[in-house]
Each structure stands twice: as structure tokens, then as C-alpha cells.
Design a protein around this ligand. Structure first.
Ligand code: SAM
Length: 289
């Protein structure tokens, strides 16, 4: 096994030796600071009972550290060129499952059943490809019921949005889905200088503790998620107009009644609603549909 695959020198050596050309369009910014790699792994609170899902292992720097602590690591990597490098750097075949797959096509809970049999505690730890941060989070939060915690590196600005509350300018569909399923916290910032190649933005590591919401759940959870997306479809429009677009068969008066039933003003915008208000609205839409 190569030593210290996360260091700046080792990363450059691997890239040169393998003749690997970094693919910017896949969000490939490799973390090359061993202290930050250790900090992420420590923050994730991994024990020998923890199974870890990693998105985009890249050259395997974070993966190697995860494997040193975790029971098993299941990693999704889209770039076929990285697979032989990963297999060479991480020979621990039994505890490391590498899937050549686009994370956005993955059936996560099915993959956990298949590749991590007997898993109890499953957490996600990743340095995300930034071009798909939102769809990745949506996928985990809307479709998986096996994940207990997510510790991810994202753009600093996106970290703010992840942790934002209703009625702030950053509040959007992702904030609603996140606040419905998780409690969030920004753990620490990461400067752009510790990546190869250096990105144009600084980063931050955020923690999402996933679990049932502290208030009532909607009757139909997939219907709730669909409604949230409809409500924010056009941010500048009122909730009324977004609902009219989403449900063209309903008259204006019917949608007005729906809003009144949920004690919402007719000119309210989606960003003014807290999570219980979205749950009430989703249940009312479900009763009517
Ligand atoms: N984990 C490595 C590190 O920390 O240095 C690499 C992180 S790099 C920011 C993002 C990784 O995600 C790359 O390896 C990239 O090829 C991979 N990736 C990009 N899009 C993906 C997708 N849709 N599904 C799975 N992996 C993807």
C-alpha cells in the first residue's frame, strides 16, 4: 500500500505515475492535507461498529482513513479511470466495497442491504463533488431511511444555506427537506489552499443528524417532498401562483380555500413557511387530490 496517499506530494506522485488527468467537470478537487483528513474522520465519530458510505473516493485519501476506523466502507465513484488506482491503493477488499456508479442513480437502501449486510449504524462521510451537492443531499434525505448521520465537505456558501432557517434569503426547497429530516451544524471551515487543483471557493464541513422530525410526519412523505419542490419552483412567485402551476386542474378559488384552511395568507411566499406549515399544507393537498 502506498504511504500517506492524502499528502500533497503523494497525490502529485500518484497523478503523475498514473498519467491521470483531473476532470474538473466531475468536481475533482483532491484534499491533500492530512490534518484536515484526520479532522473530518474524527468529527464523524466513527467506531468499529460504523459502516460508512463515501461518495467520490477519488484517489482514496479519505477512504484510507475511514477504513482505519470503520467496520466497512461502501464507496461510489463515477470515474472509471480512478477504479484501478483505488484498488491498488486500498487492497482491503473485504471491508471495502467500490461501486462504479453515479450516486444520483443509486438505490441507496438497496445497496446497503446488498453490500453491507447486517449493518446497524450507517453514516455518510464525503468530500462532495460540488456540482451536484443539492441533488446528492436530496437523494439521501428523500429516499434513504438507513442513514443516521451525514458529515460532508461542501462549499462554504452552501454550508450556510444548509444551516439556514425560514424567512432568510437562503431558505429554499433543500433547506425544508434538510430541516424536516435532520438537525444541522457547521463543524469547521476548510481553506481552498488544501486541495489539488485549488478550487475558486472555500469549503466547510457540515454535520446532519438524521432522524424523525420532532413534530408530526406528513401522511404521505413522498407527496410532502413533491409539494415542497412545487412550492419553490419559481422563487419570486407567491405560493398561490406556484400551486396554480403545479395543480392546473384546480381553480383559483379551490387553492384559496386550501391556503385559508391551512391558515396561510393568500399572498404568502414559500420561504415564509416553517416545516410544520409545509406538513399541514401537504396533508391538505393530499386530502384534496
Ligand atoms: N474523496 C476524494 C478527496 O477527498 O480527495 C475526492 C473528492 S472530489 C471533491 C469528488 C469525487 O467525486 C471525485 O472522485 C469524482 O470523480 C467523484 N464524482 C463526481 N461525480 C460523481 C457522481 N455523480 N457519482 C459518484 N462519484 C462522483
Amino acid at each position: 500500500m502506498k504511504k500517506n496517499i492524502g499528502s500533497m506530494h503523494a497525490t502529485r506522485d500518484i497523478l503523475a505515475a498514473e498519467g491521470f488527468r483531473i476532470k474538473k467537470h466531475l468536481g475533482q478537487n483532491f484534499l491533500v492535507d492530512l490534518n484536515f483528513l484526520d479532522k473530518i474522520v474524527a468529527a464523524a465519530g466513527i467506531t468499529s461498529a460504523t459502516d460508512v458510505i463515501e461518495i467520490g473516493p477519488g484517489l482514496g485519501a479519505l477512504t484510507e482513513k475511514l477504513l482505519a476506523k470503520a467496520r466497512r466502507v461502501l464507496a461510489y465513484e463515477i470515474d472509471a479511470e480512478l477504479l484501478p488506482i483505488l484498488r491498488e491503493n486500498l487492497p482491503d477488499r473485504e471491508r471495502f466495497v467500490l461501486l462504479h456508479k453515479d450516486i444520483l442513480d443509486a438505490d441507496i437502501d438497496h445497496d446497503i442491504e446488498t453490500h453491507l449486510p447486517g449493518a446497524n449504524e450507517v453514516i455518510v462521510v464525503a468530500n462532495l463533488p460540488y456540482y451536484i451537492t443539492t441533488p446528492i443531499l436530496m437523494r439521501f434525505l428523500e429516499t434513504s431511511h438507513r442513514i443516521q448521520k451525514i458529515v460532508i465537505m461542501v462549499q462554504a456558501e452552501v454550508a450556510q444555506r444548509i444551516a439556514s432557517k425560514p424567512d432568510s434569503k437562503d431558505y429554499n426547497a433543500l433547506s425544508v427537506v434538510i430541516n424536516y429530516r435532520a438537525r444541522t451544524r457547521i463543524l469547521f471551515g476548510v481553506p481552498r489552499t488544501v486541495f489539488v487543483p485549488k478550487p475558486n471557493v472555500d469549503s466547510a464541513v457540515v454535520e446532519l443528524l438524521v432522524g424523525d422530525p420532532p413534530f408530526g410526519k406528513p401522511k404521505d412523505e413522498p407527496g410532502f417532498f413533491a409539494l415542497v419542490h412545487h412550492c419553490f419552483a419559481q422563487r419570486r412567485k407567491t405560493l398561490m401562483n406556484n400551486l396554480r402551476q403545479a395543480y392546473p386542474a384546480w381553480s383559483r378559488a379551490e387553492i384559496e380555500n386550501l391556503l385559508t384552511e391551512c391558515q396561510l395568507n393568500l399572498d404568502v411566499r414559500a420561504e415564509a413557511l416553517d416545516i410544520p406549515a409545509f406538513v399541514r399544507l401537504a396533508d391538505a393537498v393530499g386530502r384534496k387530490a
